[in-house]
Design a protein. Structure first.
Length: 164
């Protein structure tokens, strides 16, 4: 993804941030799309891709869903109407979805992590949340070893095909 170039998905959404650490550190069991409540200067910053969701997570508090730990850099032209870069932000989902997510998060070892922040074709800010279980260090090492084995196997097959 080139810097400054819009990351347009096939479905018309404009991706502004991806959580690359999520695939490495977590096993994603389920995905859900939710709305993201932003102030005016936050919208400008997010459109400029000045958002970091690497350390963020979502939590159910008081029957509402909140995004915690996401950093939205202050917008330079906001003037006096700026925003707190590290405030918790409300996420919009149906009440039944929030109840279901809250009950699953209470299960041992599950957490809600943001995977992607994007703008839908209608201009609304959205977050794709993943219901995930943390991978152990041993599990991550095993995954890397398996990827290396697969790469070596493909190399052997290519050299064998070239010899034949």
């Amino acid at each position: 993804m080139a810097h400054g170039k819009k990351d347009k998905a096939d479905d018309g959404r404009t991706v502004v941030a991806r959580n690359r650490r999520a695939a490495r550190d977590y096993e994603v069991l389920d995905r859900i799309e939710v709305g993201l409540v932003l102030t005016g200067s936050e919208v400008k910053s997010v459109r400029a891709r000045a958002i970091d969701i690497g350390d963020a997570y979502a939590q159910v508090q008081g029957g509402e869903l909140w995004l915690i730990g996401a950093h939205v850099a202050p917008y330079a032209n906001a003037g006096y109407a700026g925003h707190d870069p590290d405030r918790k932000r409300k996420l919009l989902a149906h009440a039944a979805q929030i109840v279901r997510l809250g009950s699953r998060v209470r299960e041992k070892g599950l957490t809600l992590i943001p995977l992607v922040v994007y703008f839908a074709p209608n201009g609304r800010a959205k977050v794709e949340l993943g219901l995930a279980r943390g991978k152990s260090v041993h599990g991550r090492k095993e995954e890397v070893a398996e990827r290396d084995r697969q790469r070596d196997l493909r190399a052997v097959r290519r050299s064998h095909d070239a010899d034949v």
